[in-house]
Design a protein around this ligand. Structure first.
Ligand code: MRU
Length: 349
Protein backbone atom coordinates (compact mmCIF):
# COMPACT_ATOMS: atom_id res chain seq x y z
CA UNK A 1 0.00 0.00 0.00
CA UNK A 2 1.20 3.54 -0.76
CA UNK A 3 2.33 5.28 2.44
CA UNK A 4 1.07 8.81 1.88
CA UNK A 5 1.96 9.88 5.41
CA UNK A 6 3.15 8.08 8.46
CA UNK A 7 3.94 8.85 12.09
CA UNK A 8 7.50 7.85 12.99
CA UNK A 9 9.48 8.35 16.22
CA UNK A 10 11.47 11.07 14.40
CA UNK A 11 8.51 13.01 13.01
CA UNK A 12 5.88 12.76 10.27
CA UNK A 13 7.05 11.16 7.04
CA UNK A 14 5.40 12.09 3.74
CA UNK A 15 5.77 10.77 0.23
CA UNK A 16 6.76 13.90 -1.74
CA UNK A 17 3.81 14.41 -4.11
CA UNK A 18 5.53 17.32 -5.84
CA UNK A 19 8.12 14.86 -7.18
CA UNK A 20 5.82 12.03 -8.32
CA UNK A 21 5.69 10.21 -10.67
CA UNK A 22 9.32 10.65 -11.74
CA UNK A 23 10.82 10.31 -8.29
CA UNK A 24 9.57 8.38 -5.27
CA UNK A 25 11.12 10.25 -2.38
CA UNK A 26 10.09 11.10 1.15
CA UNK A 27 10.12 14.20 3.33
CA UNK A 28 10.47 13.94 7.10
CA UNK A 29 8.81 16.82 8.95
CA UNK A 30 10.50 17.04 12.34
CA UNK A 31 8.50 19.98 13.72
CA UNK A 32 4.91 21.19 13.51
CA UNK A 33 6.14 24.19 11.49
CA UNK A 34 7.56 21.77 8.93
CA UNK A 35 4.26 19.88 8.82
CA UNK A 36 2.52 23.22 8.03
CA UNK A 37 5.06 23.89 5.31
CA UNK A 38 4.57 20.45 3.77
CA UNK A 39 0.81 21.15 3.56
CA UNK A 40 1.28 24.62 2.01
CA UNK A 41 3.76 23.39 -0.59
CA UNK A 42 1.54 20.39 -1.43
CA UNK A 43 4.10 17.73 -0.61
CA UNK A 44 0.93 16.32 0.97
CA UNK A 45 -2.47 17.29 -0.45
CA UNK A 46 -6.03 16.03 -0.69
CA UNK A 47 -8.61 16.92 1.96
CA UNK A 48 -8.49 13.82 4.22
CA UNK A 49 -4.67 13.60 4.08
CA UNK A 50 -4.38 17.30 4.96
CA UNK A 51 -6.64 16.81 8.01
CA UNK A 52 -4.71 13.86 9.41
CA UNK A 53 -1.38 15.59 8.67
CA UNK A 54 -2.50 18.58 10.74
CA UNK A 55 -3.53 16.30 13.63
CA UNK A 56 -0.11 14.64 13.51
CA UNK A 57 1.50 18.09 13.38
CA UNK A 58 -0.33 19.02 16.59
CA UNK A 59 0.77 15.76 18.24
CA UNK A 60 4.34 16.50 17.15
CA UNK A 61 4.17 20.04 18.55
CA UNK A 62 2.92 18.67 21.87
CA UNK A 63 5.67 16.06 21.97
CA UNK A 64 8.37 18.69 21.39
CA UNK A 65 7.09 21.42 23.72
CA UNK A 66 9.46 22.92 26.23
CA UNK A 67 6.52 23.58 28.58
CA UNK A 68 6.51 21.53 31.74
CA UNK A 69 2.78 21.55 32.54
CA UNK A 70 -0.48 21.34 30.60
CA UNK A 71 -1.31 24.88 31.72
CA UNK A 72 1.98 26.19 30.41
CA UNK A 73 1.46 24.33 27.12
CA UNK A 74 -2.07 25.72 26.54
CA UNK A 75 -1.09 28.98 24.73
CA UNK A 76 1.43 27.06 22.61
CA UNK A 77 -1.28 24.52 21.70
CA UNK A 78 -3.42 27.44 20.40
CA UNK A 79 -0.48 28.76 18.40
CA UNK A 80 0.21 25.34 16.84
CA UNK A 81 -3.48 24.96 15.89
CA UNK A 82 -3.59 28.47 14.41
CA UNK A 83 -0.51 27.94 12.28
CA UNK A 84 -1.85 24.66 10.88
CA UNK A 85 -5.34 26.14 10.33
CA UNK A 86 -3.78 28.87 8.17
CA UNK A 87 -2.27 26.46 5.64
CA UNK A 88 -5.13 25.78 3.19
CA UNK A 89 -8.63 27.28 3.44
CA UNK A 90 -10.95 25.07 1.37
CA UNK A 91 -10.50 21.49 2.62
CA UNK A 92 -12.79 21.40 5.65
CA UNK A 93 -11.14 18.19 6.89
CA UNK A 94 -8.28 20.41 8.06
CA UNK A 95 -10.57 22.37 10.40
CA UNK A 96 -12.47 19.22 11.37
CA UNK A 97 -9.23 17.54 12.51
CA UNK A 98 -7.97 20.62 14.36
CA UNK A 99 -11.33 21.07 16.10
CA UNK A 100 -11.32 17.42 17.15
CA UNK A 101 -7.87 17.90 18.72
CA UNK A 102 -9.09 21.11 20.43
CA UNK A 103 -12.12 19.34 21.92
CA UNK A 104 -9.85 16.57 23.21
CA UNK A 105 -7.39 19.09 24.68
CA UNK A 106 -10.22 20.94 26.49
CA UNK A 107 -11.45 17.67 27.98
CA UNK A 108 -7.93 16.82 29.15
CA UNK A 109 -7.55 20.29 30.67
CA UNK A 110 -10.90 19.92 32.45
CA UNK A 111 -9.76 16.73 34.11
CA UNK A 112 -6.37 18.25 34.94
CA UNK A 113 -4.41 15.77 32.86
CA UNK A 114 -0.62 15.91 33.11
CA UNK A 115 1.40 17.08 30.12
CA UNK A 116 2.58 13.50 29.52
CA UNK A 117 -1.07 12.36 29.40
CA UNK A 118 -1.90 15.19 26.98
CA UNK A 119 0.99 14.26 24.70
CA UNK A 120 -0.06 10.63 24.71
CA UNK A 121 -3.75 11.35 24.13
CA UNK A 122 -3.16 13.80 21.26
CA UNK A 123 -0.94 11.29 19.48
CA UNK A 124 -3.40 8.45 20.09
CA UNK A 125 -6.21 10.52 18.54
CA UNK A 126 -4.12 11.51 15.51
CA UNK A 127 -3.30 7.83 14.96
CA UNK A 128 -6.98 6.93 15.41
CA UNK A 129 -7.91 9.49 12.72
CA UNK A 130 -5.40 7.81 10.41
CA UNK A 131 -6.96 4.38 10.92
CA UNK A 132 -10.51 5.76 10.71
CA UNK A 133 -9.69 7.43 7.40
CA UNK A 134 -8.54 4.19 5.79
CA UNK A 135 -11.58 2.35 7.16
CA UNK A 136 -13.91 5.10 5.84
CA UNK A 137 -12.32 4.90 2.38
CA UNK A 138 -12.77 1.12 2.28
CA UNK A 139 -16.41 1.48 3.32
CA UNK A 140 -17.00 4.13 0.63
CA UNK A 141 -15.38 1.73 -1.81
CA UNK A 142 -17.79 -1.02 -0.81
CA UNK A 143 -20.88 1.22 -1.08
CA UNK A 144 -19.75 2.99 -4.22
CA UNK A 145 -18.80 -0.18 -6.09
CA UNK A 146 -22.51 -0.92 -6.58
CA UNK A 147 -22.90 2.33 -8.52
CA UNK A 148 -20.09 1.67 -10.97
CA UNK A 149 -20.82 0.04 -14.33
CA UNK A 150 -20.05 -3.71 -14.60
CA UNK A 151 -17.93 -2.82 -17.56
CA UNK A 152 -16.96 0.58 -18.92
CA UNK A 153 -14.96 3.75 -18.57
CA UNK A 154 -15.11 5.98 -15.52
CA UNK A 155 -13.79 9.53 -15.59
CA UNK A 156 -12.16 11.10 -12.54
CA UNK A 157 -10.74 14.57 -11.97
CA UNK A 158 -7.74 15.50 -9.80
CA UNK A 159 -6.50 12.84 -7.37
CA UNK A 160 -8.91 11.54 -4.76
CA UNK A 161 -6.92 8.39 -4.20
CA UNK A 162 -4.60 6.76 -1.69
CA UNK A 163 -2.34 9.79 -2.11
CA UNK A 164 -5.12 12.17 -1.01
CA UNK A 165 -6.04 10.09 2.04
CA UNK A 166 -4.27 7.83 4.50
CA UNK A 167 -4.84 4.99 2.05
CA UNK A 168 -7.21 3.45 -0.54
CA UNK A 169 -8.82 6.76 -1.54
CA UNK A 170 -12.33 8.16 -1.86
CA UNK A 171 -13.18 8.39 -5.58
CA UNK A 172 -10.35 6.00 -6.43
CA UNK A 173 -11.48 3.85 -3.49
CA UNK A 174 -14.84 3.47 -5.24
CA UNK A 175 -13.03 2.44 -8.41
CA UNK A 176 -10.82 0.04 -6.42
CA UNK A 177 -13.92 -1.40 -4.73
CA UNK A 178 -15.55 -2.00 -8.12
CA UNK A 179 -12.42 -3.60 -9.58
CA UNK A 180 -12.07 -5.84 -6.49
CA UNK A 181 -15.61 -7.03 -7.18
CA UNK A 182 -14.61 -8.08 -10.67
CA UNK A 183 -16.04 -5.08 -12.52
CA UNK A 184 -14.09 -4.26 -15.66
CA UNK A 185 -13.34 -0.58 -15.23
CA UNK A 186 -11.08 1.52 -17.40
CA UNK A 187 -10.23 4.90 -15.86
CA UNK A 188 -9.96 8.17 -17.70
CA UNK A 189 -7.89 10.54 -15.52
CA UNK A 190 -8.23 14.22 -16.32
CA UNK A 191 -4.73 15.71 -16.22
CA UNK A 192 -6.05 18.50 -13.92
CA UNK A 193 -4.30 21.75 -14.78
CA UNK A 194 -2.37 23.47 -13.36
CA UNK A 195 -0.92 21.13 -10.70
CA UNK A 196 -1.52 17.97 -12.76
CA UNK A 197 -2.73 15.78 -9.90
CA UNK A 198 -4.52 13.55 -12.42
CA UNK A 199 -1.68 13.14 -14.91
CA UNK A 200 0.97 12.69 -12.23
CA UNK A 201 -0.69 11.15 -9.18
CA UNK A 202 -3.91 9.38 -10.23
CA UNK A 203 -2.15 7.78 -13.18
CA UNK A 204 0.79 6.72 -10.98
CA UNK A 205 -1.23 5.14 -8.18
CA UNK A 206 -3.75 3.37 -10.45
CA UNK A 207 -0.99 1.94 -12.60
CA UNK A 208 0.74 0.69 -9.44
CA UNK A 209 -2.48 -1.24 -8.74
CA UNK A 210 -2.70 -2.54 -12.30
CA UNK A 211 -5.92 -0.61 -13.03
CA UNK A 212 -6.13 0.36 -16.71
CA UNK A 213 -5.75 4.13 -16.93
CA UNK A 214 -5.67 6.70 -19.71
CA UNK A 215 -4.78 10.34 -19.08
CA UNK A 216 -6.93 12.97 -20.80
CA UNK A 217 -6.20 16.66 -21.21
CA UNK A 218 -8.87 18.62 -19.31
CA UNK A 219 -10.53 19.77 -22.53
CA UNK A 220 -11.19 16.27 -23.92
CA UNK A 221 -14.04 15.02 -21.73
CA UNK A 222 -16.84 16.81 -23.64
CA UNK A 223 -16.06 15.20 -26.93
CA UNK A 224 -15.50 11.74 -25.42
CA UNK A 225 -18.78 11.97 -23.53
CA UNK A 226 -20.62 12.86 -26.72
CA UNK A 227 -19.08 9.81 -28.39
CA UNK A 228 -20.42 7.57 -25.58
CA UNK A 229 -16.94 6.74 -24.30
CA UNK A 230 -17.60 7.61 -20.64
CA UNK A 231 -20.15 5.67 -18.54
CA UNK A 232 -19.77 7.40 -15.15
CA UNK A 233 -17.84 10.14 -13.36
CA UNK A 234 -16.56 9.85 -9.77
CA UNK A 235 -14.66 12.61 -7.97
CA UNK A 236 -13.69 13.54 -4.42
CA UNK A 237 -14.58 16.68 -2.46
CA UNK A 238 -12.86 19.28 -0.32
CA UNK A 239 -16.03 20.51 1.33
CA UNK A 240 -19.71 19.67 0.96
CA UNK A 241 -22.18 22.33 2.06
CA UNK A 242 -25.42 21.54 3.92
CA UNK A 243 -27.42 21.74 0.67
CA UNK A 244 -25.17 19.25 -1.14
CA UNK A 245 -23.11 21.78 -3.14
CA UNK A 246 -19.63 20.34 -3.57
CA UNK A 247 -16.28 22.15 -3.61
CA UNK A 248 -13.59 20.16 -5.38
CA UNK A 249 -10.59 20.73 -7.61
CA UNK A 250 -10.99 23.45 -10.22
CA UNK A 251 -12.55 21.96 -13.33
CA UNK A 252 -14.90 19.61 -11.49
CA UNK A 253 -17.90 21.90 -12.10
CA UNK A 254 -17.35 21.81 -15.85
CA UNK A 255 -17.17 18.01 -15.80
CA UNK A 256 -20.42 17.84 -13.79
CA UNK A 257 -22.29 20.10 -16.23
CA UNK A 258 -21.03 18.02 -19.15
CA UNK A 259 -22.06 14.80 -17.43
CA UNK A 260 -25.61 16.09 -16.93
CA UNK A 261 -25.85 17.23 -20.54
CA UNK A 262 -24.83 13.75 -21.72
CA UNK A 263 -26.96 11.81 -19.22
CA UNK A 264 -23.91 10.36 -17.42
CA UNK A 265 -24.09 9.81 -13.63
CA UNK A 266 -21.82 12.14 -11.63
CA UNK A 267 -20.82 10.75 -8.21
CA UNK A 268 -18.95 12.41 -5.35
CA UNK A 269 -17.16 10.21 -2.80
CA UNK A 270 -16.17 11.82 0.49
CA UNK A 271 -15.90 10.93 4.16
CA UNK A 272 -18.35 12.41 6.63
CA UNK A 273 -15.58 14.77 7.83
CA UNK A 274 -15.81 16.57 4.45
CA UNK A 275 -19.44 17.51 5.10
CA UNK A 276 -19.72 20.99 6.55
CA UNK A 277 -23.29 21.45 7.69
CA UNK A 278 -22.41 24.86 9.15
CA UNK A 279 -21.84 26.12 5.62
CA UNK A 280 -25.29 26.37 4.14
CA UNK A 281 -24.51 26.61 0.42
CA UNK A 282 -21.52 26.36 -1.87
CA UNK A 283 -21.41 30.15 -2.23
CA UNK A 284 -20.09 30.40 1.33
CA UNK A 285 -17.20 27.97 0.79
CA UNK A 286 -13.84 29.79 0.81
CA UNK A 287 -11.91 29.10 -2.40
CA UNK A 288 -8.15 29.06 -2.19
CA UNK A 289 -6.37 31.21 -4.78
CA UNK A 290 -2.88 29.81 -5.32
CA UNK A 291 0.31 31.41 -6.67
CA UNK A 292 0.38 32.49 -10.32
CA UNK A 293 3.60 30.56 -10.91
CA UNK A 294 1.65 27.28 -10.95
CA UNK A 295 -0.01 28.57 -14.14
CA UNK A 296 2.78 30.63 -15.69
CA UNK A 297 5.44 27.93 -15.38
CA UNK A 298 5.77 24.21 -15.80
CA UNK A 299 8.84 22.21 -14.79
CA UNK A 300 10.72 25.46 -14.28
CA UNK A 301 9.90 26.64 -17.84
CA UNK A 302 7.86 29.79 -18.44
CA UNK A 303 4.74 29.26 -20.57
CA UNK A 304 3.12 32.70 -20.62
CA UNK A 305 4.32 36.20 -21.55
CA UNK A 306 5.80 38.37 -18.82
CA UNK A 307 3.23 40.55 -17.08
CA UNK A 308 0.06 38.81 -18.35
CA UNK A 309 -2.84 38.57 -15.85
CA UNK A 310 -3.21 35.16 -14.19
CA UNK A 311 -6.01 33.56 -12.17
CA UNK A 312 -5.43 30.41 -10.15
CA UNK A 313 -8.47 29.46 -8.05
CA UNK A 314 -7.63 25.95 -6.82
CA UNK A 315 -11.26 24.79 -6.42
CA UNK A 316 -14.74 25.33 -7.81
CA UNK A 317 -18.24 24.60 -6.55
CA UNK A 318 -20.55 22.13 -8.26
CA UNK A 319 -24.19 22.90 -7.40
CA UNK A 320 -26.02 19.93 -5.87
CA UNK A 321 -28.35 19.67 -8.87
CA UNK A 322 -25.51 18.17 -10.92
CA UNK A 323 -24.64 15.51 -8.32
CA UNK A 324 -26.29 12.12 -8.86
CA UNK A 325 -25.26 10.82 -5.41
CA UNK A 326 -22.76 11.43 -2.64
CA UNK A 327 -21.00 8.28 -1.43
CA UNK A 328 -19.94 8.40 2.25
CA UNK A 329 -18.79 5.75 4.72
CA UNK A 330 -22.24 6.00 6.34
CA UNK A 331 -24.09 5.29 3.12
CA UNK A 332 -25.23 6.91 -0.10
CA UNK A 333 -26.86 10.33 -0.07
CA UNK A 334 -29.33 11.41 -2.73
CA UNK A 335 -31.13 14.70 -3.40
CA UNK A 336 -32.64 16.54 -1.62
CA UNK A 337 -29.27 16.54 0.15
CA UNK A 338 -30.22 18.72 3.13
CA UNK A 339 -32.84 16.09 4.10
CA UNK A 340 -30.65 13.13 3.23
CA UNK A 341 -27.76 14.56 5.32
CA UNK A 342 -30.05 15.28 8.24
CA UNK A 343 -31.49 11.75 8.14
CA UNK A 344 -28.06 10.11 8.03
CA UNK A 345 -26.81 12.31 10.87
CA UNK A 346 -29.74 11.18 13.02
CA UNK A 347 -29.15 7.50 12.21
CA UNK A 348 -25.49 7.86 13.24
CA UNK A 349 -26.38 9.38 16.63
O1 MRU B 1 -5.30 20.92 -4.19
P1 MRU B 1 -5.45 19.48 -3.81
O2 MRU B 1 -4.57 18.57 -4.60
O3 MRU B 1 -5.30 19.30 -2.32
O4 MRU B 1 -6.94 19.15 -4.19
C1 MRU B 1 -7.41 17.86 -3.97
C2 MRU B 1 -8.80 17.65 -4.42
O5 MRU B 1 -9.44 18.53 -4.94
C3 MRU B 1 -9.40 16.31 -4.10
O6 MRU B 1 -10.32 15.94 -5.09
C4 MRU B 1 -10.13 16.39 -2.75
O7 MRU B 1 -9.29 16.93 -1.77
C5 MRU B 1 -10.63 15.08 -2.31
S1 MRU B 1 -9.31 14.00 -1.87
C6 MRU B 1 -9.94 12.55 -1.29
Amino acid sequence: MILTLEWTPEGVRFIDQTKLPLEESYVLATSYQQVADVIVTMVVRGAPAIGVSAAMGIALGAKQTKASTTEEFAPEFEQICNLLAGTRPTAVNLFWAIDRMKVLFSKLQAREATLAEVQEALLADALAMYDEDIAACKQMGAYGADLMPDEGTVLTHCNAGALATCGYGTALGVIRGAVERGKRIHVFADETRPFLQGARLTAWELMADGIETTVLCDNMAASLMRQGQIQAVVVGADRIAANGDVANKIGTYGVAVLAKEHGIPFYVAAPWSTIDRATLTGDAIPIEERAAIEVTHHGGKQLTPNGVGIRNPAFDVTPAKYVTAIITERGILKAPYSESLQAMELIAQ
